[in-house]
Design a binder for this molecule. Structure first.
Ligand code: ZN
Length: 133
């Protein structure tokens, strides 16, 4: 069902500061940034091989990334797997007993269709299903 790791989402307090590490130390290139209003997040895209690191900074103290950092600190927040058809993937997950945070696809950074699985069903990892057309 899953094709590859589409991206890894990393929660950061400050995008500009974090980018220095990825660009200056790791030598990675910034492909762009986007504000995703629905998620209250500013995203920076750093492609590496055929996957991507996405740095996520909250734009709202009550947003999901701000709450994540309050609870767990900065770090890997989710792993996104590429799927061909997100509607089919969601139905398959549900049929296999996985609790979904999103029962319907929603807008993700870069114009993807995404849906999150509940970490209680995935050994504690926030898994994102991600379809790119
Ligand atoms: Zn993501």
């Amino acid at each position: 069902m899953v094709k590859k790791v589409d991206h890894i989402g990393v929660a950061v307090k400050n995008l500009e500061e974090s980018l220095k590490f990825y660009q200056d130390v790791m030598g990675m290139d910034l492909a762009g940034t986007e504000i995703v209003e629905e998620q209250h997040v500013k995203v920076a895209f750093l492609p590496i091989g055929d996957t991507e690191i996405e740095l996520l900074e909250s734009t709202d103290p009550e947003g999901p990334i701000a709450r994540y950092i309050d609870k767990k600190g900065e770090g890997v927040q989710h792993i996104a797997y590429k799927v061909e058809d997100i509607e089919v993937a969601i139905a398959e997950m549900k049929a296999k007993g996985v609790r979904m945070i999103d029962e319907k696809p929603r807008y993700g950074a870069g114009g993807a269709k995404i849906a999150f699985c509940h970490p209680k069903s995935t050994n504690g990892v926030l898994i994102e299903l991600c379809q790119r057309d």
